[in-house]
Write a protein that binds this ligand. Structure first.
Ligand code: SAM
Length: 262
């Protein structure tokens, strides 16, 4: 059956066998692993995952037409969830020893990543995540302080995970070829990470700072705490710095202070 890729659902199907092999290798799937694949599309990667005989394979595809085809193609080899990944409850995904794969729809890739980070349970049970992003987004995720690409998503990702960029991928590895380059990232959830009450508070605190990316942090400290001098003294922060100069740890401490006053 002929598939007409839908731009609105970010459908760029991976057709390069070398890249499919690389992604599978990075996953290192064992028989005890439950694999989750986000956006399986026509099933190119799904096919390779099945060959590795995971304990269970859950695939989440929003497109009804593609979901129907996947069911016909893979039958009982997959547990298909024909839904929007952003609307799925944690309970539908929770399994021991999870490995999560996704050649992600680029329009919602950071939302998918944040959904996993927000969850209080999913990353605890997950061994590894292998995601394909638009290169520019991947570079923002892995960016370090004092670089122009460093921002909210770098801070939020590094809070709970170690992230590694594996390789940049040429547009011609996909059908249809996207306008931009892509990149594969591997995430390994940290066993111990700094405890805050709610990820959404970290999202808010970082949003306030990075809304004023070029301004001194004095301004954002005032917005959040009413008095920049008191809080910067308490946390030993130089209030003349700019948002991109603060380490992720400092944002976590600021989040803790913010959670005390809300
Ligand atoms: N994995 C396939 C491959 O590599 O050839 C397809 C990848 S394509 C970049 C993204 C896939 O995610 C498409 O199949 C698209 O229909 C699906 N998708 C888009 N938005 C989604 C959503 N909100 N929830 C679940 N799947 C979605």
């Amino acid at each position: 059956m002929k598939i007409r890729p839908k731009k609105s659902l970010g459908q760029n199907f991976l057709k390069d066998n070398n890249i499919l092999d690389l992604i599978i290798k990075l996953g290192d799937i064992k028989s005890k692993n439950t694999v989750i694949e986000i956006g399986p599309g026509t099933g190119n990667l799904t096919n390779e995952i099945i060959k590795k005989n995971p304990l269970k394979l859950i695939v989440i595809e929003k497109d009804n037409e593609l979901a129907k085809n996947l069911k016909i193609k893979f039958k009982e080899n997959i547990k298909l969830i024909n839904q929007d990944i952003l609307k799925i409850k944690d309970e539908d995904l929770v399994n021991e020893n999870m490995i999560i794969f996704g050649n992600l729809p680029y329009n919602i890739s950071t939302q998918i990543l944040v959904k996993l980070i927000r969850s209080k349970i999913l990353l605890k049970l997950c061994k590894k995540i292998i995601f394909m992003f638009q290169k520019e987004v991947a570079d923002r995720i892995i960016a370090q302080p004092n670089s122009s690409k460093y921002g909210r998503i770098s801070i939020i990702s590094s809070w709970k995970m170690n992230v590694k960029k594996i390789q940049e991928i040429n547009p011609y590895s996909f059908y249809p070829a996207p306008k931009v380059k892509s990149a594969i990232l591997v995430f390994e959830p940290k066993k111990n990470f700094y405890k805050i009450k709610d990820c959404k508070n970290l999202e808010y605190v970082t949003q306030v700072f990075f809304n004023f990316r070029r301004k001194k942090i004095k301004k954002s400290l005032n917005i959040l705490f009413g008095n920049y001098e008191k809080i910067s003294k308490k946390l030993n922060i130089d209030f003349n710095k700019r948002p991109q100069n603060l380490e992720p740890d400092t944002y976590l401490k600021l989040c803790t202070e913010y959670e005390k006053i809300i």
